[in-house]
Design a protein around this ligand. Sequence first.
Ligand code: C2E
Ligand code: MG
Ligand code: MG
Ligand code: MG
Length: 292
Amino acid sequence: QAKENGRGTFRFANLEKNQVAQDRLVLGSALRDSLAKGMLNLHYQPQVRTHTLELSGVEALSRWHHPTLGNIYPSRFIAVAEETGQIEAIGRWSLLEACRQIVKWDRDGIHVPTVAVNLSAVHFRNRALSEHIAALLKDHDLKPARLTVEITESVMMDNSRDTEEVLQSIRNLGCGLSMDDFGTGYSSLSRLTRLPLTEIKIDRSFINEFEHDTNAQAVTMAVIGIGSRLGMTVVTEGVETEQQWRLLEELNCDVMQGYLFAKPLAPDDLEKWVRQHKTIREIMPTTPSAKN
Ligand code: C2E
Ligand code: MG
Ligand code: MG
Ligand code: MG
C-alpha cells in the first residue's frame, strides 16, 4: 500500500511538472503573440503622501487580457516571461508605455509626479539599460525624476559588479530607484546602504496583520526609521484599512499605496481618480492629526 502510494505520488509529481512545463509552453507562445500585437496594458496604482494624501506618484503594473485564455495576472505571466526570455522585451515595452503615458497626462493637465516601473533582475545585467532609459527620457522630453525604477531583493542578491554599476548609472541619470517588497527576501542591511536607493517599499505582508500584530508594527517602525535615516522615501504597500493608515501616520511613513485609496487603474480611470481625488482633498481635512 505504502509503496503504491509512493509511486502514485511520484507519478503525480511528474504530472504536475509536466503541467507546469506545458503551462509555460502555452503561455509562453501566447505571450509572445500578445506582446507582438500590443495586447498588454499597464494599469496605474496611486501612491499618496501619508500626512496630506497628495498624489506622490503611481506604480505601473502589467495587465494581460488574452482573447481565449482570459485575464492572466502578472504573478503568473512574469515568471513565464522570465523563463522564456521575454522579460527584457516586457521591460522595454513597459518603460516606453510609461513614458508615453506621462506625456499624455501632462498634455491632459493631469499631474502625476512620477511613474514607477517594475523591472526584473535580468535587466540589470545588461549594461545598456541606463542608456536605453536615458534615450527614452530624451525622446519624450521628460525629466528623469518622472521615472522610478522598482527593483526586488533578487537584484540586491545579485552581487555582480555589472548590476551595481547599472543601478548607479540609472541613479546618476536622476531617476528614482526603489527597493520593492522589502523584508521578504534575503537582502542584508549593509547592502541596503551600499546601493543608491531613493526609496524602500515595505512589503504588503507586514501590513496584512498590522492592526493586531505588534511585532509587524515593530518591524515596520524600524524599517521606516532606517529608511528615513538613510534619506530614502519609505512607502508602504497593501494599505487596505483606515486603521492601517492611522498607524502608518503615527509611525511617520512617507507614502502609502493600497486598495484603501485605489486599485491599479486603467489610464482613463486613473485620470478620473486624480480629478476626483483633488476635489475630495480640497473639501475634506485629511485626518485629525493632519500635518503637512
Ligand atoms: P508589486 O510590484 O509588489 O506590486 C504590488 C502588487 O500588490 C500588485 O499586484 C497590486 O495590484 C497589489 N496590491 C496593491 N495594493 C493592494 C492591496 O491593498 N491589497 C492587496 N491584496 N494587493 C494590493 P499585481 O498587479 O498582481 O502584480 C504582482 C507582481 O507582479 C508585482 O508586485 C510585481 O512584482 C510583478 N509585476 C507586475 N507588473 C510587472 C511588470 O511590468 N514587470 C515586472 N518585472 N514585474 C511586474
Ligand atoms: Mg512593484
Ligand atoms: Mg511591491
Ligand atoms: Mg509585492
